[in-house]
Every structure is written in C-alpha cells, then in structure tokens.
Design a protein around this ligand. Structure first.
Ligand code: UPG
Ligand code: MN
Length: 746
C-alpha cells in the first residue's frame, strides 16, 4: 500500500463560467456578422465605411483575445495551517522594497510598507528586508532608522495580540479595530503604540520640513556632500537579528546603489538587480519577495500563503513565481479615475491564471531566486556548465557572489548554505552595487530584471514564461498586499502613458513574445494573453478613429451605421447593449456600483484616446532615435481621512500637459457634430439627410464619456482646461473638419 500522502498545501480549482462564456460568444458572433455586412457593402460606400471596417476588425480581434483569456479561469486555494503543521523548517525569504523619490513617495509610506513586512507571521530569523533608495535620500534613511526603533515595540505587539493589519497607519486609522471590550492590558498597550506611532509620524514630518533631517555625522556621514544622481553606493544595516531568534526582528538593510551621470541606471529594473545581488551576497535566501514602496502586507499570513504553492508543488515548473493581485486602499467612491482595476484583477487575473499563469505585475510577487538567475525548469547543475568563466561572463566578477549563484543554481532549496554573518561580505556587497558591475555581463539581458521597457515587470515575467515556467495567481482574503492608486486625473494618465509605452516597447523589441512562442516555451494561448496586454497602446488609433467617425459622418452628410429601418442596425445595437450589460454585470459581481462601471467605462475611453496615444508617440520617438523613454514615478499620497477641505477628491483636474489636447479635440469635434445634428433634425429630411439617429447617438455618447473635459472647458484653476490647450484643440478641430470635407469627396 502506498504511504498516506500529506494533504496538499494548495489546490488549483477551475471556476465554472458557462453563462459568461455563452454571452462572450454571442458578442463575438454579432461582431463577425457586422464585419461580414461591412465587407459585402464595402463597394457601395466611401472611405469612412472602410475606416469603420478597420476599427471594428481591431475591436473584434481584441474581443477574441479577451475570450481566450477568460475561457478557462482557475482559482488557487492555499492552506497555510498545513504548512505550519509540517514540522520541516520554513525557508528564508529576502524582501525587497523600492523607493525612488522622497517627495513623490513620502517616506511615511515606505516606512509603513517596511514595518508591515517586518511584522509578518514568519520566523524572523528567516527574513531579511532590503530597502532600495534610488534617491540616496538621508531623509528616507533617517525615517527607516526611526521606524526600526518603533518596530521593536510594534512587532511584538502585533504578534502578541495577533493584530490583523500590521501597517500602523492603517491599523490606527480604522477605529473599528479597537473596540472597547478588550482586556485592559491590551488597551494600555494599544494606547502606548498609538502614542509611539504618533511620535514617529511627528519626527518624520519634522525631518521632512528641514533641508536635512539631522546632522550628517556618524551613520549619516555617507550622505554628506553627495548628489542624487552622482554618488557612491551606500549600504547600511539598520536592524540585526544577532541571536537569530525566530521571534526577534528581521534584518533591515538600506541600499542606495551607486549612481554616476554617465551610467544608465535602468530605473526600477536596475534597482531590483542591485538588490538581487546585494542580498545574494548578504543573506542569499532561495525566495525573494518584491513590493513597491506603497504596497504594504495587508495580511499577516501573506508569506505563509505564498510559500504553499512554492513549497507544495509536485513539479517546480508549476510555480516559477507567485503573484498577488494588486488592490488599493482608500479608493475614492465609485472609482472616478477608473484605476482601482477591481474587475480586471478578478476576471482577467484568474483567466490568465488558467493559462500559463499570471503575468508578473512588479509588486506583490514571490520569486524563486534561481529563476531570477535564469534557470529553466528541471535545470540540473550538471547540465548547466557552471564553470568559473561561464559564471563570470553571466553574473559578473564578484567572487563570493559567484559562489552563492552557483550554489543557488545547483542546490535544492533545503541545502543552500547561508552566509553566517551578514557583515562578512559587506565589501563585496558594495562591489556588486556599483554602477559598472553589470558591464559585459548578462544582467538585464538574460538574467535578473530585464532592461529596455518602462514596464520591466511584464518583460521580466515574459522571459520567465518563455523559459517554460508557469506562475501562480494568489487571491487571498484579506488580500495579500494593498497599495496606493494615483489620486487625480493627470497622475492616472501619466501612469497609463508609461504602461502603454513600456508594453509597446516589448512588442517591438527582439524580446517580443512572438519569438518566444516560436523559439522558446511560451504557450500559444499565453502568447495571445500577452498580445492583448502589449497592444493596449495601438488601440488608441482605433478608438480615436471610431470616436470621431460618427461626427465626421454628420459633418459630411454620410452614414457609417445601417439606417434605423434596416434589420442590419440590430447588429451594432446588440453588440452595444449586450457588451455594456456584460461589463456592468462584472462590476455588480465584484460588489461595485453602476456608477463605478460608468466611471470606468468613460475613463477607459479617455485613457485609450489620450494616455495610450502618447505612449505610442514616445515609442515612435524612441524607434526614430529622437528620445529615450523614461520611468516617471507615480505620485503617492497617504490619505489619512483628513483631506484638504477645499479639495474635491474625485474631480478631474487638468494641467498644461499636451496629453489633454487629444481629449479636448475629440470632445469639441463631437460637440460640433451634435450642434450640426440638431440643426439637421430641425430641418427634417429635406436635403436628403444620409446620417440618422444612430450617428447622432454615438456623438452624444462620446460627449458623455468626455463629460469631465466638458466641465473643464468652463472651469478655472486646476479644474479647468488651460486656454492654450483649448486653442490648440480648436485648431485641430478646424483641420479635422477640413479633412472630413476633403475625404468625403474621395
Ligand atoms: O528609477 C526608479 C523608478 C521607480 N522605482 C520604483 O518602482 C516602483 C513602482 O513605481 P510607481 O511609480 O509606483 O509605478 P506604478 O505605475 O504604480 O507601478 C506599476 O507599474 C510598474 C511598471 O510600469 C511596476 O514596476 C510596478 O511594480 C507596478 O506597481 C516604486 O516603488 C518606485 O520607487 C525605482 O525604484 N527606481
Ligand atoms: Mn505604484
């Protein structure tokens, strides 16, 4: 008889989705019918009909990609309690936090993220937390030092009372977590903690007001006389677990990599690679967690959950990395900027989970160190020639680091040797953090975080999937991490611009997923999922064309939709109604309001026609060699419930950025068409009016989608669209009208 098997640490369960599948197919059917109708009647119609055909073909293609993604969703269930019952030792974990700018990313946010990681339910002697500071800011370092003092009180408090939310700013902002009928001992300690945290906040605020947080002597001497973009490496061990006690505190290490003006630093990807090497030299844990500075651990058991699929797989190939969904705290009511991504995280997330596995999202992700080092599933040290020269060519010259890499690549998780003291190798840590270290190696090319895209996360995940690894999507309750979404219109657009830029950079590079499917091990359906994401930017052309098409019809007196009395009109109407009801249903299913659906719908239109367009433009500039793409850091705000009272959160704001020109233009074009339309309706059908209710309704719909811009035309200050932007748009509208007129004569 077989040995009784241990109960599994996790399960991968298919989700039933018969009804949504059916609806998706119905929509696809109508899309194809419409395309067929267009083709048949193409010769009787002009240029605009052809544009309509092209746009609708693209939308149908996108829809097909979406169906592929949503066809076979799975959910993962984990059993951390079973992991704890097994009395094998838990493996070490290195945790990476990146920050880049103490102004856009206030240190109190980073501090909370770090504290939440220090306090997770996991043996502290197995954890090391590395904070990367791309700003080399003494303020950030000062705040982390102060935070570590607070953590010495906070972590034991959390563990003693099994506190559920271990980022103090969240814990203390939610009074329901502190109800009166708790033992008085707890109440006292709670008050003390709140006090201590208040003092920490004060210190941080005071320090931020000064030009320097403190005298740059002692520990801080390294920060004197340095420039942000021109300084040597700074590595500081802030917290140490000398006795290696499981209930002590984890290591906390501050790292600011060397920066020199002549060396490209590759933004976040560069920072991650430095952290990988520094940690490889100092603690060398077989698993690595990475979070952005605003993504705190929201569930004390997050690490245990993640370990379930990492340790409990039959074949490692199935869990190359474990990605948690991105969720955000303090989302504004009804998601006015459409950036909470709740529906996407749920339906697209579990959909791709059913293929080769979720894409790497840059934060809230647990990696296997050896996968970061470029190993493929089933790699054995014997097969990989781990010769000294080979190692040096790939990973660089540092001797101890090479040794630790060799060990990581060859050993199974349990037998890795760890450096006995974190200080032993500190010199070498400086060496591997220097900006020349990567020259002539494969860092950023084949191993580590891959360079060349402002969405380094997707690119890095793609290379991992290409080697044949699968990944795991882990949606726990409460969710593993919570972050901070942009809190105003321009920030959302800048973020989306960066995303579409980075995604297009990937598709047009030598690392394009097409090659990965042909030559490597990227699965075909996974390729389709990548194409869906990577082509976001291209959608801008089709969306803009389609949003101006009805207006063009009205201006030039033609039609692009069947007449209301033709049965064919049922095709576009059905697509419109069923598709929107289907989307609405997803919002209701995830507990959101109708208003959220609408806000997301209109924001999708705004984003795809403005931010994504600019993404395309910056990629074109890059290809032409005119400019490089840059990673613009998203501004993060910690809302503590005390909003500025004159502010109207959720209201769209504008600035002088050219990103608002296309939106304003599209709005004005459609407004013009609506006015002409009204006049046309008044005159009845005397002049042989070709367009009808359909085209007119489309224009109205677009105007509704750009309502925020309409208001912006009439408001002042940051709520208004600046006059130069309006002038530029008016000029474009005139050009557009001229273009419509001339093209209608074609
Ligand atoms: O030169 C840089 C630039 C950024 N960062 C860090 O990168 C992280 C993400 O930056 P953020 O401005 O918050 O970008 P988001 O658009 O919110 O980030 C999403 O998209 C990025 C790719 O565009 C991913 O890297 C992120 O993980 C993902 O959360 C932050 O911790 C930054 O501190 C650096 O460390 N160095
Ligand atoms: Mn972010």
């Amino acid at each position: 008889m077989a040995k009784p098997e241990l109960p599994p640490l996790y399960e991968r369960n298919p989700v039933k989705n018969t009804i949504p599948r059916f609806i998706e197919i119905v929509i696809l059917f109508f899309c194809f019918s419409l395309l067929g109708y267009r083709l048949i009647h193409l010769k009787n119609h002009g240029f605009l009909w052809l544009i309509a055909l092209l746009c609708e073909s693209w939308f149908t293609f996108t829809w097909f990609l979406v169906i592929n993604i949503k066809w076979s969703p799975v959910e993962t269930k984990t059993y951390p309690e079973r992991l704890l019952q097994r009395n094998s030792e838990l493996p070490p974990l290195d945790m990476f936090v990146t920050t880049a700018d103490p102004v856009l990313e206030p240190p109190i946010i980073t501090v909370n993220t770090v504290i939440s990681l220090l306090a997770v339910d996991y043996p502290a002697n197995k954890l090391a937390c590395y904070a990367s500071d791309d700003a080399a800011s003494p303020l950030t370092f000062y705040c982390l030092v102060e935070a570590s003092k607070f953590a010495k009180l906070w972590v034991p408090f959390c563990k003693k009372y099994n506190v559920q939310v271990r980022a103090p700013f969240r814990y203390f902002s939610d009074n329901s977590l502190f109800t009166g009928n708790k033992p008085s001992e707890f109440q006292e300690e709670w008050k003390r903690m709140k006090d201590e945290y208040g003092q920490l906040c004060e210190k941080i605020e005071d320090a931020a007001k000064k030009s320097l947080p403190c005298d740059l002597t002692g520990e801080f001497a390294a920060f004197s006389n340095i420039e942000r973009k021109n300084h040597p490496t700074i590595i500081k061990v802030i917290l140490e677990n000398k006795e290696a006690l499981p209930d002590g505190l984890p290591y906390l290490i501050y790292v600011s990599r060397e920066k020199r003006p002549k060396h490209h630093h590759h933004f976040k990807a560069g920072a991650m690679n430095v952290l990988t090497r520094v940690s490889g030299v100092m603690s060398n844990a077989p698993f690595v967690l990475n979070v952005d500075c605003d993504m705190f651990a929201n569930n004390p058991q997050t690490v245990l959950h993640a370990m379930c699929p990492l340790l409990g797989v039959k074949d490692e190939i199935d869990s190359g990395f474990v990605q948690f969904p991105q969720h955000f705290y303090d989302g504004l009511k009804d998601d006015p900027f459409g950036n909470q991504m709740i529906v996407m995280m749920k339906y697209i997330g579990r959909g791709i989970a059913g293929l080769q596995g979720p894409l790497y999202g840059g934060t809230g992700c647990f990696h296997r160190r050896k996968v970061i080092y470029g190993s493929s599933p089933g790699d054995k040290s014997a097969q990989r020639k781990l010769s000294n020269e080979g190692l040096e060519m790939t990973f660089g010259k540092a001797t101890r680091f090479k040794k630790s890499v060799a060990q990581t690549l060859s050993a199974s998780n349990t037998t890795i040797e760890y450096p006995d003291s974190i200080y032993n190798n500190i010199d070498e840590a400086y060496q591997v953090a220097s900006c020349g270290y990567e020259y002539g190696t494969y860092w950023g090319e084949k191993i580590g975080w891959i360079y060349g895209s402002t969405t380094e996360d997707v690119l890095t995940g793609l290379t991992i999937h290409s080697r044949g690894w699968r990944s795991v999507w882990l949606a726990t309750n409460p969710c593993g991490f919570l972050g901070c979404a942009p809190s105003c219109g321009p920030d959302t657009l800048i973020q989306q611009k960066r995303w579409s830029t980075g995604l297009l950079e990937i598709i047009f590079s030598s690392k394009s997923p097409f090659f990965a499917t042909i030559k490597e091990k990227l699965e075909f359906r996974q390729l389709l999922a990548y194409i869906w994401l990577l082509t976001w930017g291209m959608r801008s052309f089709f969306e803009i064309s389609y949003a101006t098409l009805p207006a063009c019809c009205i201006i030039t007196n033609t039609n692009f939709l069947p007449k209301m009395n033709e049965p064919a009109i049922l095709m576009p109407i059905s697509i419109f109604v069923i598709f929107n009801l289907y989307c609405l249903w997803e919002y209701i299913q995830t507990g959101q309001s109708i208003r959220s659906w609408w806000n997301n719908h209109r924001m999708s239109r705004i984003i795809s026609m403005t931010a994504w367009l600019f993404g395309v433009i910056s990629v074109i500039f890059k290809i032409l060699g005119l400019s490089e793409t840059v990673f613009e850091v998203t501004k993060k705000e910690q809302s503590t419930g005390t909003e500025d009272c004159d502010d109207k959160p959720g209201r769209f704001t504008f600035d002088g950025s050219p990103i608002f020109v296309p939106g304003t233009t599209i709005l004005l074009v459609n407004l013009t068409a609506v006015v002409i339309g009204f006049i046309g309706f008044k005159q009845g059908n005397q002049g042989g009016r070709e367009w009808g209710i359909g085209e007119f309704a489309c224009c109205i719909w677009v105007v509704f989608c750009f309502w925020a811009f309409l208001k912006g035309l009439f408001c002042k200050g940051k709520y208004g669209i600046p006059l130069p932007t309006i002038f530029k748009s008016v000029a474009l509208v005139l050009l557009f009208v001229q273009f419509c007129r001339s093209s209608s004569r074609l």
